[in-house]
Write a protein that binds this ligand. Sequence first.
Ligand code: UD1
Ligand code: UDP
Length: 357
Amino acid sequence: MKKIATVIGARPQFVKAAVVSRELRRRGGVREILVHTGQHYDDAMSEVFFRELEIDQPQYNLGIGSLGHGAMTGRQLEALESVLVDEGPDVVLVYGDTNSTLAGALAAVKLHIPVAHVEAGLRSFNRRMPEEINRVVVDHVATTLFAPTEAAVTNLRREGIAHSAIHRTGDVMYDVALYFGRRAATESSVLETLGATPGKYVLATIHRQENVDHPPTLQSIMNGFGGCGMRVILPMHPRTRKQITEAGIVVPENLTIIDPVGYLDMSRLEQCAALIATDSGGVQKEAFFARVPCVTLREETEWVELVELGWNCVVPPRSAAVIATAISERVGSRGVSASPYGDGRAASAIVDRLIGP
Ligand code: UD1
Ligand code: UDP
């Protein structure tokens, strides 16, 4: 029986892995070993996704989180090597662009185990982002590259990766949004709990290192939210909460700051928002799935098709006034209708390729 070792560790990877793991279980004839590196460990950053998205408990939790890039990746690499030697999988499956993705891919290739990369080919072309380094390295050691979009395929081809290794599958996050997102309307009571009225608030998330770890940028973002003229609901990533406390960032009064929420509450908040302001990769796409306009607070985005279609607008987070204006002007705006992320059957296409139809 074919054995697949899946390496996950951070919030977006639990979301992405949920639909592929479910499809692997459904098909049978294959054994998946789930390895959690421990990069994210709070209940609200990890366990809640296993419960809500019906992911099996990992066979291994390496407990390696919250270290500097080198220490985290290095310790994960060492521990993963030992698991892979013991388990001897036929393939190692990794997702996205975190340090856990990099460690999983490097541990595997050094043992001559083929690597399959879900969400291959995404590029910001900004090598100061830790995620960009992780993606480029992983794509260049992977054997099988599952590209979610046409732009991702083009990026990989430009970098000289063999055409036969690249498979355009669509985006697994769309599968998740279709399958679990529709449960949000009946199973989440987050709007009632927060006293939030559909269409009358902005949903915001901020966690990217370049935004959070630079206090003037984080303060500009908070002030931009403060000036947008609407209630802003912000489920706060622990990195951001820590920095707000340590750097003494002032939070304007129209912000409702809450702990990170589970997937169903997040979907509900997205579906009913007037606008989403974020630096998250996944949340940009989920805004589009919910057909809610999005302002991306970054210098660039990897999800270029959403900008081209008019659903997303990239606003470098330098000036509070520019952020506030971008948000208030784009409430009510709409983009062009299209399906750049496939038909909701990306997980099935990935599993076909991994184990045969
Ligand atoms: C990581 C990924 C990023 C991804 C994000 C998703 C890397 C380099 N970055 O960033 O690509 O978009 O996850 O959310 O892999 N913390 C807690 N509890 C937790 C997890 C984190 O308190 O359960 C705090 C710690 O103070 C930690 C900080 O958050 O130092 C940052 O965590 P880390 O995993 O290093 O990076 P993220 O910002 O989460
Ligand atoms: N998410 C969530 N609760 C939150 C914030 C995000 O469930 O409080 C989900 C979100 O819906 C998406 C994923 O986490 O499915 C995105 O992860 P994140 O923004 O941490 O990482 P990125 O996508 O930027 O790598």
